[in-house]
Design a protein around this ligand. Structure first.
Ligand code: C2E
Ligand code: MG
Ligand code: MG
Ligand code: MG
Length: 282
């Protein structure tokens, strides 16, 4: 059965494909088209020290705005881009745009910050990954110390020995490394100490009910202590309330990111946000 995909491509579906598979095939075609039509944009979400006074970084987050103005969540399309391999090209574009934005922020006077960029598993495992990162950093003329790659806990726990090697090479390029969604994967703690990482990001699922769920509080405390004992920085993501922030501060978490401070915003707005901060410091 051939279905018109609202334009150029006619997709061929076979009778034994599940609805889910069909949805993925359609999504893949839509993603390719979206790429050609420049429907992707990077947004940036500030990261602060736990008091909320000092800007310490920004996380680059991809956005897909369709022609009708509607946004499709990366939680929906990143997994498809992963499965189809499109993430490799998309990831290069993401890193390039984020590095250029970091260079721009540096030129406007921002210092002591990192631009955090999400790297998906397939991208990380690609044989040319290191080479590509090195080239993009070089081309954007940003000091690699300002770029932090976020790799999820589940990614680094696949093929551990190989992963340690890649991480070491990324470190020797001068990049910073953070483990994203920490607490949701299956980290072997004995391996964690061997990874040349700089930061743990506490997954937002533990932060959400910090005020009401005793076990979430216990997990958050355990991650903070683990980070400190391994000499790693620690950031909590998804911080939405003052209560959550205060509990994180009381438990010596150093950094926060979340709607309490700011939602992710388009590049131009992120630049004004930084310029406001810089003015206040002077
Ligand atoms: P992530 O890397 O863990 O990103 C954090 C997510 O939490 C982002 O969702 C962010 O917008 C959202 N968030 C931040 N603060 C709050 C808050 O206070 N409350 C709530 N409820 N949410 C908050 P987003 O942008 O929809 O991205 C979802 C996931 O998609 C990301 O999780 C990441 O895994 C993936 N993703 C997003 N952008 C990229 C990208 O450029 N490359 C890759 N490989 N993956 C990306
Ligand atoms: Mg992230
Ligand atoms: Mg995360
Ligand atoms: Mg997440």
């Amino acid at each position: 059965r051939a279905i018109d995909n609202g334009g150029n491509q006619a997709l061929v579906y076979s009778a034994d494909m599940s609805n889910r598979e069909q949805a993925w095939v359609a999504m893949e075609a839509a993603l390719r088209q979206a790429f050609e039509q420049d429907q992707f944009q990077m947004y940036y979400q500030p990261q602060f020290d736990v008091t909320g006074n000092q800007l310490i970084g920004m996380e680059a987050l991809i956005r897909w705005q369709q022609a009708d103005g509607q946004f499709i969540s990366p939680a929906e399309f990143i997994p498809v881009a992963e499965q189809t391999g499109m993430i490799v090209n998309m990831g290069q574009w993401i890193l390039k745009v984020a590095c250029e934005q970091a260079a721009h922020l540096y030129q406007s006077g921002l210092r002591d910050f990192v631009m955090a960029v999400n790297i998906s598993a397939r991208q990380f495992q690609h044989p040319k990954f290191l080479e590509t990162v090195a080239r993009i950093i070089d081309e954007s003329q940003i000091d690699p110390a300002y770029i932090e790659l976020e790799i999820t806990e589940s990614t680094i726990m696949q093929n551990i020995e190989h992963c340690i090697e890649i991480l070491q090479q990324l470190k020797s390029l001068g990049l910073a490394l953070a483990v994203d969604d920490f607490g949701t994967g299956y980290s072997s703690l004995s391996y964690l100490k061997r990874f040349p990482i700089d930061k743990l990001k506490i997954d937002q699922s533990f932060v959400r009910n910090l005020g009401s769920d005793k076990s979430d509080l216990a997990i958050v405390r355990a991650i903070i202590d683990l980070a400190h004992n391994l000499d790693l920085a620690v950031i909590a993501e998804g911080v939405e309330t003052e209560q959550q922030r205060a509990m994180l501060e009381a438990n010596r978490c150093e950094q926060i990111q979340g709607y309490l401070i700011s939602k992710p915003m388009p590049a131009a707005q992120a630049v004004s946000f930084v310029n406001e901060k810089l003015k206040r410091v002077v």
